[in-house]
Design a protein around this ligand. Structure first.
Ligand SMILES: Cc1cc2nc3c(=O)[nH]c(=O)nc-3n(C[C@H](O)[C@H](O)[C@H](O)COP(=O)(O)O)c2cc1C
Length: 182
């Protein structure tokens, strides 16, 4: 059966991570995309286009969308990138948007939820929220690419981060980056 995922895009720098994730995911699975208002703004600033994917686009304000309900089945959700504000909402169960509600559903339904956070430096509040999210069952990933495979382009760096997100979504045949073989 075809896999089904939710991808939330929130207002942190690094919208290109979402674009690359969607390029791979939409070819392999049914995908629901929800973009926050600020993420849309930052996408403009960073020159990244999130339109045109073969996917279901839902409004972040639409709390009556299918993915807002635990009775609607999907395999996993990733918030890429995840702002500190959205991290805060998710880690406290403050589900007032479609992205935060769908994340809340993942936690209560025990489905994989990946938060690709980005901020620097991190306050104690951010760190505590990451711990709370982890304790609630989310996987907190940091948009921090490795350098041991000698990346040559920004795309290489992006791919190495997105590869790990895909791995954690259970999509392992992505071919992004290189796997360390010793
Ligand atoms: C250009 C720009 C870059 C931003 N980068 C970040 C960031 O990297 N991390 C972060 O946590 N917030 C960042 N913010 C602030 C968030 O967008 C802001 O807290 C917003 O309320 C997040 O809302 P959302 O999570 O609903 O998208 C940025 C804002 C702007 C305008």
């Amino acid at each position: 059966m075809e896999k089904e995922f939710v991808v939330g895009v929130t207002g942190a720098s690094g919208i290109v991570y979402a674009r690359r994730l969607l390029e791979v995911l939409c070819d392999r699975a049914r995908v629901h995309i929800v973009v926050s208002d600020v993420a849309r703004q930052i996408a403009g600033i960073e020159g990244v286009d999130l339109a045109g994917f073969d996917a279901v686009y839902a409004e972040n304000s639409n709390l009556a969308a299918d993915i807002a309900s635990g009775s609607f089945r999907y395999d996993a959700m990733a918030i890429v990138p995840c702002s500190m504000k959205t991290l805060s909402a998710v880690s406290r169960g403050f589900a007032d948007t479609l992205i935060t509600r769908s994340a809340d559903v993942c936690l209560k339904e025990r489905r994989p939820l990946i938060l690709l956070v980005r901020e620097m430096p991190l306050s104690r509040i951010h760190l505590k929220n990451m711990l709370a999210a982890d304790e609630a069952g989310a996987t907190v990933m940091v948009a921090s690419p490795p350098f041991y495979q000698r990346p040559e382009t920004i795309d290489d760096l992006v791919d190495m981060v997105v590869a790990r997100v895909l791995d954690h979504l259970g999509v392992v045949d992505h071919g992004l980056g290189m796997r360390w073989s010793g």
